[in-house]
Ligand binder design. Sequence first.
Ligand code: GLA
Length: 348
Amino acid sequence: MAKTVSAAFGRLSDGRTVTKYTMENRGGMRVSLLDYGAHVQSILLPHSGGPLEVTVGFDDADGFENRSNYQGAIAGPYANRIGGGRFEIDGVEYRLDQNEKGVTTLHGCGEYTHTLWETAVADDGAVTFRYVRPDGLHGYPGAIDARVTYALGDDGRLSIRYDCVSDRKTYINPTNHTYFNLGGFDSGDILSHTLQLNASRFTPVDEYSIPTGGTLPVAGTPLDFTAPHAIGERIDADFGQLRLTGGYDHNFCIDGADGTLREAASAECAATGLRMNVYTTLPGVQFYAGNFLKGGLGREGKPMNRRCGFCLETQYYPDTPNRPEFPSCLFDAGEHCVSETVYEFVRI
Ligand code: GLA
């Protein structure tokens, strides 16, 4: 149960106002959201030296509009990549805009991220963002009615619930792309954080980060986080899959995924004594170590340098539309795609 207040956050380049919604729980944890992109703008945790900001991102609307690498964003309608920017449904081919290297489609071409969503605040403080996309935008089929609900519990759990329904059969796969740094947004890189992933397999990729097919065991590789390891311990190992991606940027297959809420990951920062547990109903989680951040200006005008934040993007596997062996995210007209992911913050 949270207390939620709203305030103007800034303006987009076309003059439209961006509104910020801040949920606060009884413990003094504050999560701020934006109607633009349904972003998580800020997560402030009560801490000995004063509130600690554990997301890497922006404090101005221009940052979210023009300098974004999906910081805090909702990505969709299909998060992650679609190989060759194409797929078929019932024998009909769909050709999508290819917004990455002119070859792949990444994060729905930023469609969800750069949209102003409608907002509703419930009596319990939960915030629901809604956006109905036009069928065919970026070549992608389906007028999808998407709702994303954020709720904050007094137990430090931030829940994100997705409910999407299309007017025609299509693939649906939204995610949240928050970059976390449990040492604080300006504390340097995340290499000393320890990470555990409840995933004994991953989806290997090619040089375009497109799955090459099937899954492989993580055992005996630097992608084995079934026991906790520092992120930096093996990130630059001479290992083919890491060389292709410049560090961790892989989809991990969550062990035992069965559509119920399961623990997928947990990360810890010894310096602050904070742990984040991630639970999801989804089958995959993309662990991205911020390898492509290049010092762009973020919060308080400070540079967001390489690997200053990491993402745990819960999702269906990348390129599922072209990979019949992966768990399906093809939904019939009128069939709801519902999922939930929880980021839980605890003191160790
Ligand atoms: C995802 C991808 C990364 C990168 C970021 C955005 O996490 O997996 O390769 O594209 O988004 O910069």
